[in-house]
Design a binder for this molecule. Structure first.
Ligand code: DOR
Length: 436
């Protein structure tokens, strides 16, 4: 049994209040929290009054292994995660080969067990003809359906295929909700334009609204668990606010919360993603949706592409941007600026995703729960710098922003994985469990 004692921390409670004291991790769990613990431990950290938070669960990342390891792999993605205070991640199936079978899922789980310093889980990808696989493959956090094509080959856009997937099975379906037919038609209309802002015109608000409405109708018809990934428009927020059954959840990304179409002017194709950046009014609607509970949590959609690829110009540049190591400092800076509370951050980034994906014992600092934690520095401000990034592609769309809340230590299963700027390479995360 290994143990870790964290002394003198400002420990975040789920309700957003803090408790000044010590926390003992033993055997992967939070063993005790008290004003002052006398216990001896294998290792002791002096937190010096810094803020101790539950580890973040980033429920949407693209770590590119297998197939595109030159952009990211499970080891580098997990290292970037713990640097950002993320102790668990859910990885998307649009790898090469795509994760559309038990064999492909087993392959990823095996690779992750060997090299990830964070906890991990994987989606199984839907195709028009793998219904048995998507319902049986285990352990999987859910079924990913690309209703609109994005990076990779996965696509389910025919209504009859979608209907069959929603009608058969019980596990959560997570949708990339953009309407493929509308996008194709609009791509034709805008052909020849090379201004990156065109991306937001081709894949317009209505493309997202149409697909989200279709998924929602199917979830209602079949009472099927649905998670709407990366909500981006005010129209989708309104749709869900009007009518969101208890078995439906939704997420927003920091990209859509902190960037908008005005950023094309300075960042060009670097900020090209799917669904695209929207108007400032859409970002404001996402913030309101988070605050009133219409949107359940935040995930990054960490989707790294190399600078060389991103600089190919529009429309050749691939869509997506890295984000796993900047989401918590971005949100903690928003907290410091009065835009949200510490309770909301824990709900949106820690226990919200755990609850949606039914991951037990994670996301709150409670005795007996898993010792996945991050100690952050709210007192000093540091800029995001490309050269500091641990993602293989080594750039960030937030480069230059001054942020607080950078992790000092990140603890995975009671072991220090991120230690003041260094990764402890020997630490291994575990496969996340998903209750049925
Ligand atoms: O912009 C995106 N990039 N959106 C997605 O849905 C996929 C992602 C990627 O894998 O590059």
């Amino acid at each position: 049994m290994t143990s870790l004692l964290i002394r003198n921390a400002s420990i975040a409670r789920p309700d957003g209040s803090t408790f000044e004291g010590d926390l003992l991790c033993a055997d992967g769990r939070i063993a005790r929290i008290a004003r002052r613990l006398g216990a001896e431990a294998d290792e002791t950290i002096d937190a010096a009054g810094k803020l101790l938070l539950p580890g973040v669960i980033d429920a949407q990342v693209h770590f590119r292994e297998p197939g595109r390891e030159y952009k990211e792999d499970l080891a580098s993605g997990a290292r970037a995660a713990v640097k950002g205070g993320v102790t668990g991640f859910l990885d998307m199936p649009n790898t090469d080969p795509p994760t559309v079978s038990q064999a492909a899922l087993d392959d990823k789980l095996g690779r992750a067990a060997e090299k990830c310093v964070a906890n991990y889980g994987f989606f199984i990808g839907a195709t028009p003809d793998n219904l048995d696989e998507i319902n049986r493959a285990a352990p999987a956090c859910g079924i990913k359906v690309f209703m609109g094509a994005s990076t990779g080959s996965l696509l389910v856009d025919r209504p009859e295929d979608l209907e069959r997937i929603f009608a058969n099975g019980t596990r959560l379906i997570a949708v990339h909700a953009e309407d493929e037919a509308r996008i194709r038609a609009r791509a034709g209309e805008f052909a020849g334009r090379t201004d990156p802002a065109t991306h937001s015109l081709v894949r317009d608000n209505e493309s997202a609204r149409l697909a989200t409405a279709r998924a929602l109708a199917l979830a209602q018809k079949y009472r099927r668990r649905l998670h709407v990934l990366h909500l981006s428009t005010r129209e989708e927020v309104e749709l869900l606010r009007r009518d969101k059954p208890a078995w439906v959840t939704a997420e927003a990304t920091p990209n859509h919360l902190f960037l908008d179409v005005r950023d094309y002017a300075s960042k060009g194709t670097l900020v090209q993603m799917n669904p695209p950046l929207r108007a400032p009014e859409d970002s404001a609607a996402l913030w309101r949706g988070l605050r009133d509970g219409t949107i359940d949590f935040i995930a990054t959609d960490h989707a790294p592409h190399t600078l060389e690829e991103k600089h190919r110009g529009y429309p050749q540049a691939p869509s997506g941007m890295p984000g796993v190591e900047t989401s918590l400092p971005l949100m903690l800076t928003a907290y410091k600026d009065g835009r949200c509370t510490l309770a909301e951050i824990q709900k949106w980034m820690c226990w919200g995703p755990a609850q949606a994906y039914r991951i037990p014992n994670k996301g709150k600092i409670v005795e007996g729960w898993d010792a996945d934690l991050t100690l952050v520095d709210m007192d000093s401000t540091r800029p995001v710098r490309d050269e500091d990034m641990l993602t293989k592609v080594r750039w960030s769309p937030f480069s230059g922003r001054e942020l607080v809340g950078w992790p000092i230590y990140t603890i995975v299963g009671g072991a220090i994985a991120y230690d003041k700027g260094r990764i402890r390479e020997g630490v291994r995360g575990k496969a996340l469990q998903f209750q049925i």
